[in-house]
Design a protein around this ligand. Structure first.
Ligand SMILES: Nc1ncnc2c1ncn2[C@@H]1O[C@H](COP(=O)(O)OP(=O)(O)OP(=O)(O)O)[C@@H](O)[C@H]1O
Ligand SMILES: [Mg+2]
Length: 361
């Protein structure tokens, strides 16, 4: 394998983008891009484009977008979401800039080609795939797209008899692994994720304490720190400014309610997907469920899923070793495992990377 080539595995997430490169670098960045609103903001920030958490910290002086927010570009149809062409173009531009930024952070060898494998929602449409290819075109010499949970399974070496459930911010993706590249029809994408949990929690808090001042970022941080499903032994008390005064409020119930919204769609889709296979394969899948993505870190989630699956013959649910980099690591492993001719062919033709198994090459 030529040392001049840099391979990159990338998990281009709605909330977070992570990348791992064959030269040993790994980086992660919040998937958000901002432009200074005026010259004052630009000279204060000292840059024309800002990425990641720096955007959120300086959001008052920036015009910013989450290029894949609400599943736009990656999963949903932007026309269905009522976005006009200018806004779509802004998202596309932000996606391009973000991919370029993440690629430069992992310091590829610019003398040689850069080949990447990028994770997508399981049931992304062809249009979505083309949009992501478009976003990556400038930063990579060739790109292949794979379903996000497939990349997670690859990183964990769980290529057979495993059901991967990747719980992200925008979507939950389910992919059964049977030792081969998964068919589109065997996978499921649920248009629900951590973002909707945050929204639910935000609405519950605002409704119960209308005078409390709370941002979406604070809500997400509360959920990540204290969120749980199932029974809780401790009350969750947080301090929020109410009418300008720091006040302790008990958010145990709203938190339980909002986080609990994740369970029913996961259970429903696990059951629906497993039922498509013959009985002995159903048992294998139910007893090897691997949770990935940031949402997998929610306290009590594996236990509650196991309890719910008892009605279907039981289940065994575990989390991935690394909820942030598992997808990118698996994608890199895939990139490096592909025959070089595959990459050269893609590179020379500059054709769209097709969702194809390494085994087919
Ligand atoms: N400890 C935690 N408990 C609950 N949720 C968490 C925790 N840590 C992270 N999350 C949530 O996980 C989500 C981010 O996960 P991830 O980075 O896998 O998403 P993504 O890949 O950006 O999204 P998608 O795959 O939908 O495009 C966010 O909603 C975040 O709040
Ligand atoms: Mg993801």
């Amino acid at each position: 394998m030529s040392s001049a080539i840099t391979f990159i595995g990338m998990d281009l997430g709605t909330f977070r983008t992570s990348a791992v490169s064959s030269n040993g670098h790994q980086e992660e960045l919040e998937t958000v891009v901002g432009w200074p609103k005026d010259h004052i903001a630009e000279s204060l920030l000292g840059k024309k484009v800002v990425f990641g958490s720096e955007v959120i910290d300086n959001r008052m002086s920036l015009d910013y977008v989450r290029p894949f927010g609400h599943g736009v570009l990656k999963f949903n149809s932007h026309t269905e979401r009522g976005m006009d062409e200018n806004l779509v173009e802004k998202h596309r531009k932000a996606a391009r800039l973000l991919v370029e930024q993440v690629v430069s952070l992992v310091e590829p060898n610019r003398q040689g080609p850069i080949y990447g494998v990028v994770g997508m929602p399981s049931r992304a449409t062809l249009v979505n795939k083309e949009m992501v290819i478009e976003a990556t075109r400038g930063a990579f010499d060739a790109v292949m797209l794979v379903p996000e949970p497939f990349a997670v399974a690859y990183s964990a070496n769980r290529l057979t008899e495993t059901l991967v459930v990747d719980i992200g911010a925008g979507t939950i993706d389910l992919c059964p692994m049977f030792g081969t590249f998964p068919n589109d029809d065997d996978q499921l994408t649920i248009p629900f994720g951590g973002d909707q949990v945050d929204e639910e929690l935000y609405n519950c808090i605002v409704e119960a304490w209308p005078d409390a001042r709370i941002s979406k970022k604070m809500v997400r941080e509360i959920k990540e720190k204290h969120g749980f499903v199932g029974p809780s032994e401790d009350r969750v008390i947080v301090s929020l400014p109410v009418k300008g005064k720091p006040t302790e409020i008990d958010i145990t119930e709203p938190l339980k309610h909002a986080c609990g919204k994740l369970l029913p769609p996961i259970i429903e889709c696990v059951v629906e997907l497993v039922a498509r296979f013959e009985p002995e394969f159903q048992d294998c899948l139910l007893n090897n469920i691997l949770l990935g993505g940031g949402g997998s870190q929610l306290k009590g989630l594996p236990d509650q899923l196991e309890i719910a699956l008892q009605a279907y013959g039981g289940g065994n649910v575990r989390r991935t070793h690394d909820s942030v980099f598992a997808g990118a690591t698996g994608a890199l492993k895939l990139a490096m495992g592909m025959p070089l001719e595959y990459w050269s062919k893609l590179d020379q033709s500059k054709a769209l990377g097709k969702l194809q198994p390494a085994a087919d090459q």
